[in-house]
Ligand binder design. Structure first.
Ligand SMILES: C[S@@+](CC[C@H](N)C(=O)[O-])C[C@H]1O[C@@H](n2cnc3c(N)ncnc32)[C@H](O)[C@@H]1O
Length: 262
């Protein structure tokens, strides 16, 4: 069974503090990335059910009026840093997903092959009023020779009827973990990796934040190349890897199920 504790092999995990534009020749098999929302967001607003003193600073947001240009740059960065059969999965919240959708359709290299939805529990508001709780994931390819496996080892495929259109995976809000705004659950990352990559593949996330994409990748025997402009994000990543190495969270490194709770 896959085990996130194998992420301790840091040789498989590269994390550089740099602008996404600076990457070249990564030659990844897939890019999985979650860009800023293009809103005023730092994960510290009072509507979030968390102790803001534990949320690190330095998250680099994109201005609403620069969102389209930044997404175009991102699509170019992903295109030139993935190999000829490379794929990309880009996350988007609801506010600007229409712009991302149009830009993928208009892009010279990428072809929109599908769209997935990640339905998650949005803790802050559920008890008070309806909450938007779906991320859209844009799956794009360059040609026709892309890799796909029709089964993963997570509950997603092991329990019930597998459905790759909707990932029904909870975010967790564990108080003991270092907080990073919009940290992706490792289970979401794991499901995508097992469906769209093979062991040994190289995974690229130039907007890595706390590094969930890379930690999940290393845990599943994939290489990862990560970057972010926020040095505090890299620190959260380092702390997380160290804590996993040192078994600080005993429930979080021994079994496959632990990936979903991390
Ligand atoms: C939505 S967050 C990613 C969260 C991440 N998936 C995780 O699990 O923690 C987007 C990240 O992009 C970073 N960022 C914004 N603009 C950037 C740029 N031009 N180059 C590199 N990183 C950037 C932000 O600092 C932020 O950490």
């Amino acid at each position: 069974m896959s085990d996130v504790s194998s992420a301790k092999s840091r040789g498989d995990l590269v994390y550089e503090l740099q602008d996404m534009e600076e990457w070249s020749d990564v030659d990844a098999d897939i890019a999985i990335t979650d860009p800023p929302f293009g809103l005023e967001f730092d994960g510290k607003a009072g509507n979030y059910n968390r102790d803001v003193s534990r949320v690190v600073d330095g998250y680099v947001e994109w201005e609403t009026n620069e969102y389209s240009d930044k997404i175009n740059q991102l699509l170019d960065v992903l295109a030139r840093n993935t190999n000829a059969n490379g794929q990309a999965i880009v996350f988007s919240g609801k506010d600007n997903s229409h712009l991302l959708h149009q830009m993928v359709l208009d892009h010279d290299t990428w072809r929109l092959e599908g769209k997935l939805y990640w339905a998650y529990n949005f803790a802050p508001y559920c008890k008070k009023r309806p909450a938007h709780n779906v991320y859209e994931l844009f799956w794009m390819v360059k040609g026709d020779d892309w890799f796909y496996s029709n089964e993963c080892s997570f509950d997603h495929c092991q329990e019930g009827e597998a459905n790759l259109s909707v990932l029904d995976i909870k975010r967790n809000y564990l108080k003991e973990m270092p907080k990073y705004p919009t940290r992706l659950p490792l289970e979401v990352v794991g499901v995508l990796l097992e469906h769209f990559t093979e062991p040994g593949d190289k995974v690229f996330d130039p907007l890595a934040g706390s590094g969930s994409v890379g930690i999940g990748a290393a845990g599943l025997g994939r290489e990862a190349v990560l970057g972010d402009l926020n040095e505090n994000a890299k620190q959260v990543f380092e702390t997380t890897v160290e804590e996993l190495e040192n078994n600080v969270f005993p429930d979080h490194n021994t079994s496959h199920a632990s990936l979903s709770e991390f």
